[in-house]
Ligand binder design. Structure first.
Ligand SMILES: Cc1cc2nc3c(=O)[nH]c(=O)nc-3n(C[C@H](O)[C@H](O)[C@H](O)COP(=O)(O)OP(=O)(O)OC[C@H]3O[C@@H](n4cnc5c(N)ncnc54)[C@H](O)[C@@H]3O)c2cc1C
Length: 511
């Protein structure tokens, strides 16, 4: 059985970032990824291929809490879900690390503070080429450095919208976006940004985990990537206290590897599933799960996408440059958090072919597309132990999820409507269900987190503050699983920052 110093399972935001951090140590590292590279091809930017044919989505179905099958919005490939993410890379607010009272209940505190993560947020922003500007977003947490890259320029219609929103007394801000524009390389032609949200980027301008972190890590000869390598289970030595074997289905063949350290970074749902599958005599509830929390407290945000039809045409190519946090913590008429608003990439007629005729009767699809302004709203969902990942009898995934804390989200929708009615939009609103694929809300697993929470007390958490398992000495989980609460900003930058923090700890104390 081949032995490594470290095995990392999964190449998404968590796994690739950790690989980047640890590759220069010279340690022998094996990275296992169940998927393959997404080819760079025309279809990457095709609405038909990406949204309607779901070409790059995982070809598997899961069950919901009622046993109904659905096709999840999940991607198994080098770079994981970051291959199709929008690259909106925001820090959590400092307050999100403490207890926060919501209309629907209490969001629990994290075992670390914002200050603990701050240096790693800065490191992650640099690594992922985040373009932004501090001092404008009224809720932004304190930062030790300015952004390393200037904010992306708004296209004309978005700049106009930005100014109009400011005229209402609000504080829109340049949305921090991870984009590798080549400013620091001589002789690079200027890229034209297009279609980040939901699409892979064949120009590789989008700073996803593959492009920004894993590829540079692969320049180190001590790091090996194996694709098409699905980790079936983790086996412990007889005491149950350390992993002794990683069982891999590699292109149909079963192979076994061992390592001093094993890092699970399969994404919140698949990491929980892997630990549950690795149940044994010493770990009857699943690996590292005496607390019973593994798989529980699944969160994915209360998200909605909305298309407003503006009276003026919107010929924007890349609209994802505007964010709004004025209602993040509440407003004069609602004392609880509502959440965050950002723009999406520009929609096209195919994206709302089905919804538009019902919701905006009389308006032609082409007119709607030409005048559409696309928004994404995120509000916090609360960790409920009954919202959980379990395994079906045949080893498949069942995702039990009941929405909660919806009042703040509804209020946020109303606020956005009010704003847009005052900046020259028609009173037509299309909930854009095609974002993330099918019209089944639970399929929107983009912001999945929380299923293997970290904490100080092993009785109600599975991981310690460095994401090491309380019960298994050589097991770490470095992906969205560790979140005890979901905040209301996109999760990837926090996953990346914590991966860098864990990497630092491993270099300092363990490797
Ligand atoms: C359409 C879309 C848009 C998004 N936009 C944004 C955004 O703008 N900003 C933001 O912050 N976030 C965004 N997100 C969310 C972001 O992509 C995720 O938060 C992030 O990728 C999660 O990182 P992760 O490491 O937890 O898991 P993932 O990125 O999901 O990576 C997990 C990896 O593990 C692999 N894997 C799974 N199981 C196994 C196994 N058993 N064996 C081997 N390998 C395995 C998977 O193939 C995958 O490569 C978006 C997501 C989607 C889908």
């Amino acid at each position: 059985m081949a032995h490594y110093d470290l095995i990392i399972i999964g190449t998404g935001a968590g796994g690739s970032t950790l690989a980047y951090k640890l590759a220069p140590t010279g340690k022998k590292i094996l990275v296992l990824e169940r998927g393959n590279y997404i080819p760079r091809e025309k279809d990457n930017w095709s609405t038909q291929a990406v949204f309607l044919d779901a070409k790059y989505k995982a070809k598997e179905n899961w069950l919901d809490k009622n046993g109904q099958s659905f096709h999840p919005g999940i991607h198994y490939c080098v770079g994981g879900n970051t291959k199709v993410y929008g690259a909106a890379l925001l820090r959590m607010r400092a307050e999100d690390f403490g207890e926060v009272e919501h209309y629907g209940g209490t969001s629990p505190a994290w075992p670390i503070s914002y200050e603990d993560l701050e240096p790693y947020y800065a490191e992650a922003e640099k690594l992922y080429y985040v373009h932004g500007e501090r001092g404008i977003d009224p809720t932004e947490p304190p930062a030790s450095t300015p952004y390393f890259y200037p904010p992306l320029k708004h296209e004309a219609r978005i700049k106009e919208l930005f100014d109009d929103i400011e005229q209402l007394g609000l504080k829109p801000f340049p949305l921090p976006i991870g984009a590798k524009l080549g400013e620091d390389e001589v002789g690079t032609a200027p890229p034209v940004l297009d279609r980040f949200d939901g699409f892979p980027d064949p120009s590789e301008t989008k700073a996803d985990a593959h492009v920004a972190a894993l590829r540079p890590a692969l320049h180190h000869e001590n790091l090996t990537l194996m694709t098409d390598s699905y980790v079936e289970r983790l086996i412990t030595e007889a005491s149950g206290k350390a992993i002794s074997e990683v069982v891999v289905n590699r292109s149909g063949n079963i192979e076994h590897y061992s390592a001093d350290l094993v890092v699970v970074a399969c994404g919140a749902i698949n990491s929980a599933a892997l630990l549950l599958r690795s149940q044994s005599e010493m770990h009857p509830n699943g690996l590292a799960n005496s607390s019973g929390v593994v798989g529980r407290h699944y969160m994915a945000h209360n998200n909605s996408a909305m298309v407003a039809i503006s009276r003026k045409p919107n010929h924007t190519l890349f609209g994802k440059t505007l964010g709004l946090n004025d209602f993040y913590f509440g407003s004069d008429d609602f004392e609880y958090p509502m959440g965050h608003i950002q723009m999406l990439g520009k929609s096209d007629p195919l994206m709302f072919r089905e919804d538009a005729p019902k919701l905006a009767p009389g308006l032609a699809l082409d007119y709607i597309a030409e005048h559409a302004l696309d928004f994404w709203m995120t509000s916090e969902d609360l960790p409920d132990p009954n919202n959980r990942v379990t395994l079906t009898e045949d080893g498949g995934i069942q995702l039990h999820y009941t929405e909660n804390n919806l009042e703040g989200h509804k209020r946020l929708q109303k606020k956005l409507r009010w704003i847009l009615e005052h900046v020259g939009c028609e009173k037509h609103w299309l909930p854009n269900n095609l974002y993330l694929g099918k019209k089944i809300p639970i399929a929107g697993t983009a912001h999945q987190c929380g299923t293997i929470r970290f904490g100080k007390d092993p009785a109600n958490s599975a991981l310690n503050e460095y994401c090491g398992a309380h019960e298994v000495s050589n097991l770490y989980v470095v992906d969205g699983s560790f979140f005890p609460s979901s905040s209301a900003v996109n999760p990837a930058l926090t996953i990346m920052a914590q991966a860098l923090r864990v990497g630092d700890y491993l270099i300092r104390e363990v490797l």
